[in-house]
Write a protein of this length. Sequence first.
Length: 332
Amino acid sequence: MSAQLIQFSELLAALAVRDVRLWVEGDRLRCNAPAGALTSELRDQLQDRKSEIIAFLNMAAAAARQPAIIPLQSGGTRTPIYAVPGHVGAPFTFSDLSKHLGSDQPFYALQPTGYDGQSEPMDRVEDIAEYFARQIVEYQPNGPYIIAGYCSGAPTAFELAKILGRRGAEVPCVALFGPLHPTTYQELPRLLYFSARNRREAIQREMAKRPTFGARLQYFGSRLRGLVTLVRKDKEPIATDLVLASRARLKSTAITAFRQYVPAPYLGRVCIFLPNKAWLRSGAGPRRWLRAVPHAEFFFGPEGCHADSMLEEPDVSAIAALYRQATQEPSD
């Protein structure tokens, strides 16, 4: 956290302790404070940081009206990005990417219902996308909008772009980062994809330690038993901690929704950003998107970049560069 942000947080905390109430009327900052609460130093800081406080209060008010909109970068003149996270629903999945795209790139993550632990998750991609579309239009009535999706958030992003387009909004690009095709969530493909992705490196390390055929056979037998256990556990409820139970319910409901979704043809521009070229042959099924979008454009990250970390340091800088290349947006 920057020193400037820390100072701003400390200022807001100091005002709250002194029961100083701030609000915005039009373009003016209003203040109500008990007698003697505002020192000359606090008054000076309020004056110096007036525009920053107004922007913060406006953002907070917008967030209260549109709980799905999480501003990661609200300033800038480029076409704003609205991004759907994976089935875990964590909006801050995009934090590193938004930073690498620069201060002139407005970037909003979309938080699904159920993530807050209070609302109920939705079990249809169409309903999730409709909810996001309403929130986006309320927050920003007029486009253009760039719609993005990561991992299993890709189907929702795809449907969201179609909804906005049908309603007359300009969507110059749909950006899918390491997208999983809905068919990945059918039981066997899902098992094969996730087990391969999560265990490939571990298996390679173990195999190097087990030179004989018998040792290798014994090892693979233990891994098969582990996969069966994994499938069984995936069907069992997880309910100890309330937050963990809520997130587990959101994940389970989201996977059900994605598994049932069938992407229909889309005529708009779709850019698919894969972690590396080898991912074309993965169980994620990136080429299956061509059934709905034959003209989709593929962009590849560097060798060694992995899907689960492509939006994190250190790989995210290469992915951000690919995005700027695809959208012809210069870096700051």
